[in-house]
Design a protein around this ligand. Structure first.
Ligand code: PRX
Length: 651
């Protein structure tokens, strides 16, 4: 719950104007930005409709921009028809067919350049392979792959035939994969035998086999890319190697023209309760968001080399690897590995090697690399860079300043971009040729995005440095359309608080006296580990699924590198509390949910602090996990003596 009286403790007076050389060639200047804001303010839907007509190649043009007759189920450009793969590939063939679309660097350092013509051919062949296995319009396809060009090919191939992809990050465990496959009722899984990340083998196909071993009856086909060369078992009737599947398939495939509201993909993300939510995005509106933000925020131009270090398994990889940059015909780097392998200067070496001009990463990576010292980046020129970006969590001013000085050489604007899986594309972010930046602030809402801060009663919070609930008070084209299979949950989660027009973000935020936004964190029981949202409920359920655990509560505490780290409190029904069991439980959670969910610490106790109505007092646990003084009123506690025991368990 956002506390309307959250006070700002962090004062930030530094402010950085866009460098002159950047301003001189930027796509958006002051006048253009002002006129966009003005136009959007006067005619919200018309503003977006103009952009949609200009930026997208429509097979059938639309007449209606926004249909809000069934709010909060909004429709954009609904009577238009298009194909996303056509917009990302075919429309570039004439002018940019030989231009490099992807510079791929593998974990082992091998580099491959793929032109738009080549990418088009690969996507068509793979699309035909899917069709040959009877996958078509509206079928769900789960993609569980390494961060390679083939993952991009698989996504674009689904888009080409109107199938709905659901990418599951390769770090997720078999049970998580299974839940997602079953929720989406997917007919096919696309995976790889395995791949190397940081020199370590990730056995993807084994995990798929485990997920499919019990349940997942909807799966008929598994397509397996040979990547690591590790031994895998293949089920004759169900599994086929990627190369075999595309063998003999034509390099042309007529796009399936779909309505703008046709679901392009589902992507699962954590909520505060129960199972992950399948965030469903549209075709036309989503594509528009990815395109315009690449122009406004990244200033992405024809001669740039763009690099988003995210994995395609997250929304950032969807919007800023697979869809946005390709829709603009840009050249981009795709990287399979990790920032610190084989050495801590991998990113900086790659920036030089590939002459990267726009670099987009997460604060957690910046903090990890900052800890390694300045010598590593200083071994490299980094002079091709002209713009830096961050996403996923608040960036602390210290890390921002390091990024600015040591990586950007004080020459590159930093775009701190606030958005979510649900918003589809960046929402609050600087326009780098115009907006002066401040460390720790994502600055202002983009044109056509109505971001506001409301108190619990729905009144605008106008005082500077007062926190409240961040909301988006008008629909926007790239917003989620629903939660897959659960429209009621969509409505209650995002529109339950202030009515059917006002999207509730779930973050607390504040604005300073100049109106700059600062995000204060989540308002629900969701933690942000290394820039990824994780529901504490999921971790608790995993712990309770272990035979020794009777009850569990999970909270977070700040972590230098990861942003937040998980602390779990466990009540045992069997077994001995101690190091051995703590280690076992930590590994257990990692197996159940994936390594990012692994608790940093487990504390054992006889009970949890509960109110008389039986509610776990999480705020109290948070204070205990952070080693803070307990200032809260504990008089409503059913079992006050438990506090001391929980505190002691951490010593
Ligand atoms: O809390 C905000 C934080 O990440 C959440 C969205 O997480 P997810 O859907 O996994 O998407 C991450 C990548 C877009 C938000 O609700 N967040 C994201 N970007 C920022 C941020 N917090 C502060 N500053 C940001 N720039």
């Amino acid at each position: 719950m956002a506390d309307a009286s959250i006070e700002s403790v962090l004062k930030e007076d530094r402010k950085f104007d866009p460098p002159g050389h950047f301003k001189a060639r930027a796509l958006v200047d002051d006048a253009r930005l002002s006129s966009m804001h003005e136009r959007a303010g006067k005619d919200h839907a018309g503003f977006w409709a103009d952009l949609a007509r200009r930026e997208i190649d429509w097979h059938r043009p639309f007449d209606t921009a926004l249909d809000d007759s069934d709010a909060p189920f909004f429709k954009w450009f609904a009577d238009g028809e298009l194909n996303v793969a056509y917009n990302c590939l075919d429309r570039h063939l004439e002018d940019r067919g030989d231009k490099t679309a992807i510079i791929f660097e593998g974990d082992d350092g091998a580099v491959e350049h793929i032109s738009y013509r080549e990418l088009h051919a690969r996507v068509c062949m793979f699309a035909n392979a899917l069709k040959a296995r009877d996958i078509g319009l509206s079928d769900r396809v789960v993609i569980y792959m390494p961060n390679t060009p083939q993952a991009v090919v698989a996504m674009l191939a689904c888009a080409r035939i109107g199938a709905i992809h659901s990418v599951v990050f390769g770090g997720f465990s078999a049970p998580s994969l299974k839940d997602r496959i079953e929720d989406a009722q997917a007919r096919a899984v696309i995976t790889a035998d395995g791949n190397y990340r940081g020199g370590k083998l990730i056995p993807l196909k084994d995990t798929v086999d485990k997920a499919l071993a019990d349940g997942c009856e909807s799966i008929e086909t598994v397509i397996v890319l040979k990547r690591a060369g590790n031994d895998v078992s293949m089920d004759d009737g169900r599994d086929v190697w990627w190369d075999k599947a595309i063998d003999g398939q034509p390099a042309e495939c007529e796009p399936e023209w779909v309505e703008a509201e046709h679901p392009l993909f589902i992507l699962y993300t954590s909520g505060s309760t129960g199972k992950p939510k399948g965030i469903q995005h549209s075709t036309g509106g989503y594509l528009l968001g990815a395109i315009v933000t690449c122009k406004w925020v990244f200033d992405l131009q024809d001669d740039d080399v763009f690099w988003c270090t995210a994995d395609v398994g997250w929304i950032t990889g969807h919007s800023y690897i697979t869809y946005g940059p390709t829709a603009l015909g840009a050249t981009q780097v795709v990287f399979e590995g990790v920032p610190t392998y084989p050495e801590g200067d991998r990113f900086w070496k790659m920036v030089d090697d590939h002459k990267v001009s726009i670099f987009y990463t997460a604060p957690t990576a910046i903090r990890a690399l900052m800890k390694l010292g300045n010598e590593l980046p200083q071994k490299h020129e980094l002079d091709s860079l002209r713009l830096l970006g961050t996403v996923g969590e608040p960036i602390n001013p210290e890390a921002w300043m390091w990024y600015h000085r040591v990586i950007g050489h004080e020459q590159c604007p930093i775009v701190d971009t606030w958005w979510q899986t649900e918003t589809g594309a960046q929402m609050i972010a600087p326009v780098p040729g115009v907006t002066p930046t401040k460390p720790g602030s994502c600055t202002h809402a983009l044109p056509g995005i109505s971001a506001e801060i409301l108190d619990e009663e729905g009144r605008p919070v106008t005082a500077a440095d007062k926190g409240g609930n961040l909301v988006i008070s008008r629909p926007w084209p790239h917003m989620l359309r629903t939660i897959w299979g659960d429209p009621d949950r969509y409505k209650s989660t995002y529109f339950g608080k202030y009515g059917n027009q006002v999207y509730v973000v779930g973050d607390a935020a504040e604005r300073d006296e100049e109106g700059y936004f600062r995000i204060l964190g989540r308002t629900d029981d969701v933690v942000n580990i290394s820039g990824h949202r994780l529901g504490t409920m999921e971790v608790e359920s995993a712990l309770v699924a272990h035979e020794a655990v009777a009850e569990a509560a999970v909270v977070s505490r700040p972590h230098e590198v990861k942003g937040e780290a998980i602390v779990a409190f466990a009540i045992l029904k069997s077994g001995e509390p101690g190091e051995a069991l703590a280690g076992e439980l930590r590994n257990w959670v990692s197996e159940q949910l994936g390594a990012i969910a692994k608790p940093e610490e487990i504390r054992f106790a006889d009970g949890l602090p509960k109110t008389r109505s039986g509610k776990i007092m999480r705020r109290l646990l948070r204070a205990i996990a952070r080693g803070e003084q307990i200032t809260q009123d504990t008089s409503t506690l059913e079992n006050p003596q438990i506090i001391e025991q929980l505190q002691r368990a951490g010593r």
